[in-house]
Design a binder for this molecule. Sequence first.
Ligand code: G
Ligand code: G
Ligand code: MN
Ligand code: NA
Length: 248
Amino acid sequence: QQLAEALRLALETAQGLALWYQPIMDISGTKMRGIEALLRWQHPTLGPVSPADFIPVAEETGLIIPLGDWVLQQACGMAKNCPHLRMSVNVSPLQFLAGNFIERLREIVQQAGVDPKQIELEITEGVMLEDHQQALRTIQTLRSAGFRIALDDFGTGYSSLNYLTQFPVDTLKIDRSFIQLLGIQEQADTIVSSVIKLGHSLGLSVTAEGVETEQQRQALSAAGCDKLQGFLLSRPQPAEVLFAGHAV
Ligand code: G
Ligand code: G
Ligand code: MN
Ligand code: NA
């Protein structure tokens, strides 16, 4: 496939690939608590290609392993520069379940000189569906090494509640499809406040994704949500833009 070849070349030459960062804010929307690393690819002729389009190609071709390592290296390098911010990194199920993921991650973190406590790995329910036992072992090992685990896009899978009680994660990220219906669909308000209560009853921190309006922020605040992420607060941006004028 041509996309795969171009991606392989981008990875080899480290050209066209970049991490952008989106702030994760406290519930008032005023304090930055962390940042999520989001991969961006500028294809030489196609222009920007979304990770939603090229991550599946990377998974099919096995490129997700070196690509995932590159993302982790870049993100850990950035984390080292801003030690007061938690760094969230998306990890593909294939990457997470690869036999040597833990060792490679440990090496990357060590080389960057960052504390695993600063790193939060965002996984999806796909991880549990692929290989339940391996997922559970990996989560447990990573957490005892100090890494945090977030369950991303929560609510979009179909076994969410069941998995949540079985998998020891630190953070729940409520998918933006629910947030967008706040104040529009009555059920959405009920679902979101139930998920927040459920997360808290399991001792988890709850982050709302895709917060775009002040009304949504207020509803989330009233429902006791812990953190916010979304265009209302900030879009994903290159680090030099995000931190322009700020000490990091
Ligand atoms: O940033 P954007 O909205 O275009 O992201 C689209 C999808 O790609 C999201 O599901 C996001 O989690 C995923 N994604 C973004 N960056 C990475 C990455 O570095 N690794 C993996 N595995 N997925 C990513
Ligand atoms: O699957 P994941 O949650 O990792 O996807 C993150 C992606 O969601 C980011 O790449 C970003 O482009 C997108 N995103 C972040 N905030 C918002 C938002 O407020 N609205 C919309 N529509 N997309 C968002
Ligand atoms: Mn994410
Ligand atoms: Na998400």
